[in-house]
Design a protein around this ligand. Structure first.
Ligand code: NDP
Length: 331
């Protein structure tokens, strides 16, 4: 039998394990031109929360009682397609199923055996690409500038900070525990870090740690941390709206500071970013990230949970800050 995880009900507020259902179904049989995939690593990501709402967005919502999907690294266990060989690995947007059949269309063949397979969900997957391409296209970092990043110990944030160091910037990270702050400084080379959970006045703390002001703010969290960052931006600052995890579970969007005064006064640029808009740059980005990895200029970490049935739990843990680096499930 095959295991499948479906969306049983749409979460209200923070997702709960009861919103998901583990079902059993027959293992699929192949037709000509198809391959059978066995999921090996499943990515859980904050943006999936948005797909659980019944709302139009840049990506379609999940349907109730149907399998969820995310980026998955899978092994080809049977092939009736000449382009795919049994035993090879692929990554792609796949369903939360232990086994699934596929035509192979839009799957990426994993050929580089030097990096672990799970890296294709993180540093060489969508989160690494997000860090690199958002900085390249919006951040446009210059040597000597100050880069501030929130969600700094997470999958995207930890790569953003390291790229900032490669570009010769002062890099300050914001994260939710003292252990995470120590980690980003000692393992990833950040110059300073701020624990937003124990800091009363975030605007003041950012000012202290960014004495020359903030040139680029890479925002993964939104909300009050964004407001605090905005009070410290320099002339011609670039603000990258990559994510807003602090509001993903809110049923009503919280009100915050008005930003137009600061934006005009500072002639700042604030731009939203969606990695899928930049598919034509993925190969170049993977090449650059791979080369920094090979030269040991870039490191990555991940938090692994084990067992297919723990995918919903791992997803929920992201909102509790339980991960450092990429959160994923080893099936
Ligand atoms: P992370 O690995 O950073 O995990 C999420 C982290 O967010 C948690 O570990 C937690 O760390 C922090 N967090 C959770 N709740 C809150 C809160 N209420 N306030 C502040 N921080 C919180 O996830 P990713 O790296 O995968 O994603 C980071 C952001 O980037 C997300 O907002 C995501 O949606 C976005 N994203 C956007 C993409 C795009 O194309 N635009 C692509 C990929 C990701 P802590 O302990 O520090 O609180």
């Amino acid at each position: 039998m095959n295991k499948v995880i479906t969306l049983k009900e749409r979460p209200s507020g923070k997702p709960d394990e009861k919103n998901f259902e583990l079902k059993k179904e027959e293992k699929p049989a192949l037709e000509d031109g198809e391959i059978l995939l066995e999921s090996k690593y499943i990515s859980v990501d904050p943006y999936l929360r948005g797909r659980m709402r019944d709302e139009d967005s840049y990506i379609t919502p999940f349907k109730l009682n149907e399998p969820l999907s995310s980026m998955v690294v899978a092994k080809i266990v049977e092939s009736k397609n000449d382009e795919f060989q049994e035993g090879d690995h692929v990554s792609g947007m796949l369903q939360w199923k232990q086994f699934q059949k596929h035509t192979g269309e839009d799957l990426n063949k994993i050929t580089n055996k030097k990096v672990p397979l799970s890296a294709y969900l993180g540093i060489l997957g969508l989160t690494g690409l997000t860090a690199y391409l958002a900085l390249k296209n919006i951040g446009k970092l210059k040597e000597g500038e100050t880069l501030l990043v929130s969600g700094a110990a997470g999958a995207v944030g930890s790569v953003v900070g390291q790229i900032g160091k490669i570009k010769g910037c002062r890099v300050v990270g914001i994260a939710g525990t003292d252990e995470k702050i120590d980690h980003i400084k000692s393992d990833f080379g950040f110059d300073a870090g701020i624990n937003y959970k124990t800091t009363e006045d975030m605007a003041k703390a950012i000012k202290e740690h960014c004495p020359d002001g903030v040139d680029v703010y890479f925002d993964n969290v939104g909300g009050e941390i964004l407001d605090a960052a905005m009070q410290n931006i320099n002339d011609f600052a670039r603000i990258i709206n990559c994510g807003a995890i602090s509001i993903y579970n809110k049923e009503e969007v919280p009100k915050g500071m008005r930003l137009e005064g600061i934006m005009v006064k500072k002639r700042a640029l604030m731009q939203g970013f969606i990695v899928r808009d930049h598919a034509d740059e993925f190969q170049e980005a993977i090449k650059q990230l791979g080369s920094w990895l090979a030269d040991d200029k870039l490191k990555f970490d991940e938090t692994r949970r084990e067992g297919f049935e723990n995918v919903p739990k791992a997803f929920i843990e992201i909102f509790e800050g339980k991960n450092t680096g990429k959160m994923l499930v080893e099936v």
